[in-house]
Design a protein around this ligand. Structure first.
Ligand code: SF4
Length: 440
């Protein structure tokens, strides 16, 4: 049987215009990586920034199955350079999988390396503990719990509501473990605030603002589970909007404000904008009609796919098409038993969705599917989607973007191999370097 190294090198040679960095990154994101105990962090007491579990688990095992990594967290991200493929600087979000052929460990000279099939393929850099993580709120909560940063410090990730009101098998999206992740952190006795009070978020942001003297943090994302009724007496637009309003009053223009929420009616979308949000992510999850209905039963029942898409287009009139950036979960198109069985079909379907939005000036983006084990799709597809799908998606994404005269979307930091910081897919690593987003 061909090794994983053979698979990776075959794809690198068949798709030479896709950066090698992106091939490795996609493989790490879809399949995870293992850590020697010596490469784990000392949680919030060490010199390495630990994995914050900012919304989903993004792991291939449940916490109790992670061994030492459940007690001493892995790093939030790693940065890869060098090695036999001559990798330029590549930031990768950490998805733990003790069974992965990728392993982070020290080599014979004590230097941290990424090994694939027991061969070192890159030097590994770890994220330093930011100064602001060394401070706590007045009530003792950590900044990492209330306002973690990802993407090498670029993005403050504010999961204000850590569960989703789409609940249970008939409503939860079939690839999403937000509710399980909540349960497992509670069961492990970890601090995990269900609804984050506005005051706590402001206090955590004040600590970040004070100690992030180099202004590495450039944006914040407000997000969490969908709200189908109310939380704290507020419906979705006002619940998430209240945080933006408070942040913009206290720190006007300090960060680019983004919200990931449902595709809401136009009046609600306008409220997001009035609250100070600049970028709106009404995620469409998967393009194919049949798969959307199967994979997103709650969204299909409460809103419906066609209405969801209509609202995305409407929101472009409120925010401007450049500032509407709906996400899809790359790879679920190929999940058994309902997904496409060939890469060609999956890519064709996904490209159709990209063209639908990009021809209207809206730039979707994607996160690479992590088949978490407690989700229905993760259970039946522990290997995720084929690496070839992910590599070809990068190719088609760039082609459709360029055919429509678009460039990398705003709010993602620099684009290009060796420069990108977006860590949960390699779409930014695969786009040309000097773009509008760089200058934003
Ligand atoms: S709407 Fe779907 S993807 Fe979003 S948090 Fe709820 S279950 Fe997860």
């Amino acid at each position: 049987m061909a090794s994983r190294t053979d698979l990776v090198e075959d794809l690198m040679s068949r798709f030479p215009h896709v950066p090698r960095e992106a091939v490795i990154k996609e493989d790490l994101l879809r399949g995870g990586l293992a850590f020697d105990d010596s490469a784990l962090t000392d949680n919030e007491n060490g010199d390495v920034k630990p994995k914050s579990y900012f919304i989903f688990s993004f792991d291939h095992r449940t916490l109790p199955e992670l061994g030492t990594a459940a007690l001493r967290r892995p790093p939030e991200e790693i940065v890869l350079t060098g090695g036999p493929y001559g990798l330029r600087r590549t930031v990768v979000s950490v998805r733990t999988n003790p069974g992965s052929p990728y392993r982070v460990k020290s080599d014979d000279e004590g230097r941290l390396r990424l090994f694939l099939d027991d061969r070192p393929i890159a030097e590994v850099g770890l994220p330093p503990m930011p100064d602001y993580y060394r401070h706590t709120l007045a009530n003792g909560k950590s900044v990492m719990e209330v306002a973690p940063t990802i993407q090498w410090g670029y993005l403050i990730y504010l999961t204000a509501f850590r569960v989703c009101q789409y609940f249970g098998a008939k409503e939860e999206c079939q690839y999403c473990d937000i509710n399980h992740n909540w349960r497992q952190h509670k069961a492990a006795g970890r601090p995990y605030t269900g609804v984050k009070p506005v005051d706590e978020i402001l206090e955590a942001l004040a600590i970040i603002d004070k100690h992030d003297t180099e202004k590495a943090s450039q944006a914040y994302t407000l997000t969490g589970g969908s709200i189908t009724s109310r939380v704290g007496g507020l419906a979705e637009a006002d619940f998430y909007g209240q945080y933006a309003q408070a942040i913009e009053e206290r720190f006007p223009g300090r960060w680019i404000g983004k919200v990931v929420a449902q595709a809401l009616p136009r009046a609600d979308v306008q409220r997001f904008r009035d609250y100070g949000i600049q970028i709106y992510h009404p995620n469409y999850e998967v393009w194919d009609k049949r798969l959307f209905e199967l994979y997103c039963p709650g969204k299909e029942r409460y809103v419906g796919r066609e209405e969801w898409h209509r609202r995305i287009l409407d929101s472009a009139e409120v925010f401007g098409p450049r500032n509407v950036i709906p996400n899809f979960v790359a790879g679920v198109e190929m999940a058994a038993p309902h997904g496409f069985t060939t890469v060609d079909e999956a890519i064709d379907s996904t490209a159709e969705g990209l063209q639908y939005f990009m021809s209207r000036g809206i730039t979707p983006r994607f996160t690479t599917w992590c088949p978490e084990p407690t989700t229905p799709l993760g259970r039946t597809n522990p290997q995720g989607a084929p690496l070839e799908y992910h590599v070809r998606l990068l190719e088609v994404y760039r082609a459709v973007m360029e055919a429509n005269g678009l460039s990398s979307p705003p709010g993602y930091g620099p684009a290009g191999p060796g420069r990108a910081v977006f860590s949960v897919s390699s779409f930014m690593d695969s786009l040309p370097g000097e773009t509008e987003a760089d200058r934003a």
